[in-house]
Design a binder for this molecule. Structure first.
Ligand SMILES: Cc1ncc(COP(=O)(O)O)c(C=O)c1O
Length: 389
């Protein structure tokens, strides 16, 4: 069958899933629970800003849900990444290994610390950081020196952090990456912005890294409008991060004493109210997300389309479904057709190592990154109200 006919069938199928929408977004939020009630309560209380009881409550609920002991909520996922890297000691004398296929915030946060990113490849089975590419890089370029730290022989800089990202909610091979970090004495930080609700070997993502971060941007599985979180099992780190996101103010009834340059990154109480209401519904959202994937899967098998499914050992939140087409021409053909019919699909992010501000940073062979960038099309994946089988 000609591909254009197949793509039109796909668009017709998507219209059957999202029946009541003329313009079908890639992902929109759904407010079906206590959102209005909790928001109204916060407004009535006047505690809409950075002080209020719902911040701690949301943090506690996120800890319970993820099984990670300590949580600090932030204004967005980018600020969470910035603090995670800063507290790990990332600065201008250090480097951070990350994947070339990610949202720009992952790499921007490295630059905010004035450190250098090193780009390694992604894995076609997970779409996230490839443990083989990581191992090859560490073997080829790195050594443990007398100070016990991992040094990049090419740049003569210390490698402080490995920062993988769970693309579209699909967990990377965390056990393999964790082991490599142990071997080379590098801190593992997980960018789990897209992966709330995803498990790797039955543990929630974020449990393998020393710190992990989340985003609650409007397009994520749950939203607080804008928001993020820092998660860790290390109490001291959590205390330090909490201090940093609260302008590094020493607690005192009236004195404004700050012991270092801090950040105003604390999530407001108003956003936390929305977060609590959304988190109450996440189990339901996860079930519906999986049902949407199953619908797409059935269709893709019939139409011989290559739909990406969760990697081995992983339970994915299926935040965004994606197709992997034959080449860039086919990708663009589908994107043009769908946008013309107001069904908003999108490609993967432009590879980081090809962006002007990062192109001079160290990189390995990024064959999967480029190939996937050319072929991925993300398809509408919002949670729907009236789910029918
Ligand atoms: C992989 C990844 N990292 C970081 C972020 C940054 O989160 P935020 O938009 O909340 O700053 C996002 C999403 O927005 C993301 O998808």
């Amino acid at each position: 069958m000609e591909n254009s006919i197949k793509y039109q069938k796909l668009l017709d199928f998507i219209r059957k899933i999202y029946t009541d929408q003329e313009k079908i977004p890639l992902h929109n939020p759904l407010f079906l629970g206590n959102e209005n009630k909790y928001l109204q309560e916060v407004i009535n209380s006047t505690y809409v800003s950075s002080v209020g009881p719902l911040i701690k409550k949301f943090e506690k609920k996120l800890s319970e849900f993820t099984g990670i002991k300590y949580c600090n909520v932030t204004v967005n996922g980018t600020s969470a990444l910035h603090i995670a890297l800063k507290v790990a000691g990332v600065d201008e004398n250090t480097e951070v290994i990350t994947q070339a296929l990610t949202f720009v915030a992952t790499v921007n946060s490295i630059k905010y610390c004035r450190a250098s990113p090193i780009f390694i490849d992604v894995n076609t089975k997970t779409l996230g950081m490839c443990h083989i590419s990581l191992e090859n890089f560490l073997n080829d370029y790195c050594e443990i020196r007398n100070d016990g730290f991992c040094w990049n022989k090419k740049s003569n800089k210390k490698i402080k952090v490995v920062l993988p990202m769970h693309t579209f909610g699909h967990p990377v091979k965390l056990d393999k990456i964790y082991k490599l970090c142990q071997k080379y004495n590098i801190i593992l930080i997980e960018d789990a912005a897209e992966a709330l609700g995803s498990l790797y070997k039955e543990k929630h993502v974020g449990n393998f890294g020393v710190i992990s971060t989340l985003s609650f941007n409007g397009n994520k599985i749950i939203t607080t409008g804008g928001g993020g979180a820092l998660l860790t099992n290390n109490k001291q780190l959590s205390i330090k991060m909490n201090h940093m996101i609260n302008t590094s103010k020493i607690s005192h009834p009236w004195e404004f004493f700050h012991n270092e340059v801090g950040f105003n990154y604390r999530m407001p109480n108003l956003n936390a109210a929305l977060g609590i209401a959304q988190l109450e519904q996440i189990e339901k959202f996860l079930v519906i997300k999986r049902k949407i994937f199953k619908k797409y899967e059935k269709f893709s098998v019939l139409q011989n389309l290559n739909l990406f499914s969760e990697p081995e050992d992983a339970y994915s939140n299926y935040w965004l479904n994606c197709l992997i087409l034959e080449n860039k021409k086919e990708r663009n053909k589908l994107l043009e057709l769908s946008h013309g019919q107001k069904i908003f699909m999108r490609p993967a992010w432009f590879p980081m190592h090809l962006l002007p501000m990062f192109k001079h940073n160290q990189q390995v062979d990024l064959i999967n990154t480029v190939s996937l960038y050319n072929r991925i099309v993300c398809i509408p994946s919002s949670v729907i109200l009236h789910e029918k089988d």
